[in-house]
Design a protein around this ligand. Structure first.
Ligand code: ACO
Ligand SMILES: O=CC(=O)O
Ligand code: MG
Length: 352
């Protein structure tokens, strides 16, 4: 037997560790805002970031120089204590170094023992298979017990190796700690030997060309999305496991238009949120991952037209039935969640 029995799946992995969650907390997570915690100037902006972003993440992994790993870890713990994150309703996460690095053990032990009360989610990079989740799961349970935590810390895996991609369903199902998975397009591109130096987004050479024109005139062509398959597969794996899928980083900070389109494609395919690397990307993510008021109004008309969610109705010439009722429910529930946090959007969703 390679999996736990159903009864054992939800048992704590260490004596004294909190019970695993059976249902994920329902939270608005439109953007996970990355903060380099070793930089005093940026860390000082954390309270401001916590007002703006749904989730603030202390990044300890890539983008943090090797000689600043200790300072970043200290900074992450300080971030945990800067605000009462639970009371504020903003998520506090940290991306730790990978399991095969010399920093993982200290990252996780210090975070859980010194900031565990505030920490919602540990983001695990370069996850290769369920065994990585099992190892971290057992280790975090021991630390939770030692720290006397009452609330379990959740895990978020980054999909950024070909092997992780091949085992994405097993990773998603590996533990009740799993909260979600993000695409890691930069590392994944390298591991797959994709020929790009970009962090997410399209590529001018990845396109489809029209058939030849009879008059020999120039053929039109259009860029395609090299991430479509990966995002769709990740979304299916996450929904199979009842967890959330996220787009990851968009590295061309100056190209807000392409960033917005990449985020929107992910939103339409089922992702709950994305990463923001720069403050300017928080607003883009907020715009994209909150449903548009006209979509919300139409969704609510569907729900009203079919109060018990069954049967068939026509709205503006479009057939509605049990399936579109469920689609409408997804949009309407998200709008309710957004409304709790955003009074302006709440007003727009409520307007006639
Ligand atoms: C492939 C991956 O793993 S992606 C994840 C790893 N990468 C990261 O986490 C990168 C996080 N982001 C950053 O480090 C920075 O945004 C960079 C390096 C991309 C750009 O930084 P800069 O060149 O300083 O950007 P810019 O000059 O536009 O910054 C404007 C202001 O925003 C601040 N700022 C920039 N990024 C952030 C951030 N992530 N959070 C909070 N404040 C920020 C700057 O400190 C600056 O403040 P100031 O006006 O008081 O001086
Ligand atoms: O960690 C993110 C990535 O794209 O790599
Ligand atoms: Mg990466």
């Amino acid at each position: 037997m390679s999996q736990k029995t159903p009864r054992n799946f939800f048992k704590p992995l260490a004596i004294g560790a909190p019970d695993p969650m059976r249902e994920l907390p329902i939270r608005l997570e439109r953007m996970i805002h990355f903060v380099p915690p070793h930089l005093d100037k940026v860390r000082a902006k954390v309270p401001q970031m916590a007002d703006q972003a749904d989730v603030v993440l202390a990044n300890l992994e890539d983008a943090i120089p090797a000689d600043a790993k200790d300072a970043a870890r200290d900074g992450a713990i300080e971030m945990g204590k800067m605000i009462d994150w639970q009371a504020k309703g903003t998520g506090f996460w940290s991306r730790v170094n990978p399991l095969n690095s010399p920093w993982f053990q200290e990252d996780v032990s210090r975070l859980v023992l010194e900031a565990g009360e505030q920490l919602d989610v540990i983001m695990l990079p370069k996850v290769e298979g369920p065994w990585d989740i099992h190892f971290a799961d057992q280790y975090v349970a021991q630390l939770e017990a030692k720290a006397g935590l009452k609330r379990p810390i959740l895990f978020h895996a980054i999909l950024e190796t070909a092997q992780g991609m091949a085992l994405v369903e097993e990773i998603a199902l590996a533990s009740p700690r799993m909260q979600g998975i993000s695409l890691g397009p930069a590392d994944l591109a390298a591991d797959r030997k994709m020929k790009t130096t970009r962090v997410g987004g399209g590529h001018p050479y990845y396109r489809v060309v029209d058939d030849p024109n009879e008059d020999g005139s120039k053929r039109e062509s259009a860029q395609q999305d090299p991430w479509h398959y990966t995002i769709a597969r990740m979304v299916d794996a996450c929904r199979l496991a009842g967890i959330n899928a996220f787009y990851g980083p968009f590295g061309d900070i100056a190209d807000s238009e392409a960033c917005e389109q990449q985020f929107r494609n992910a939103f339409l395919l089922g992702c709950s949120g994305t990463w923001s690397l720069h403050p300017s990307q928080i607003e883009i993510a907020k715009r994209v991952f909150s449903p548009a008021p006209d979509e919300v109004k139409f969704a609510r008309r569907i729900l009203e037209a079919m109060p018990d969610g069954t049967g068939v109705a026509m709205l503006d010439g479009k057939m509605q039935d049990d399936a579109t009722w469920k689609q409408a429910k997804v949009i309407s529930d998200l709008a309710d969640l957004v409304s709790e946090k955003d009074p302006e959007l709440a007003k727009a969703y409520a307007a006639d």
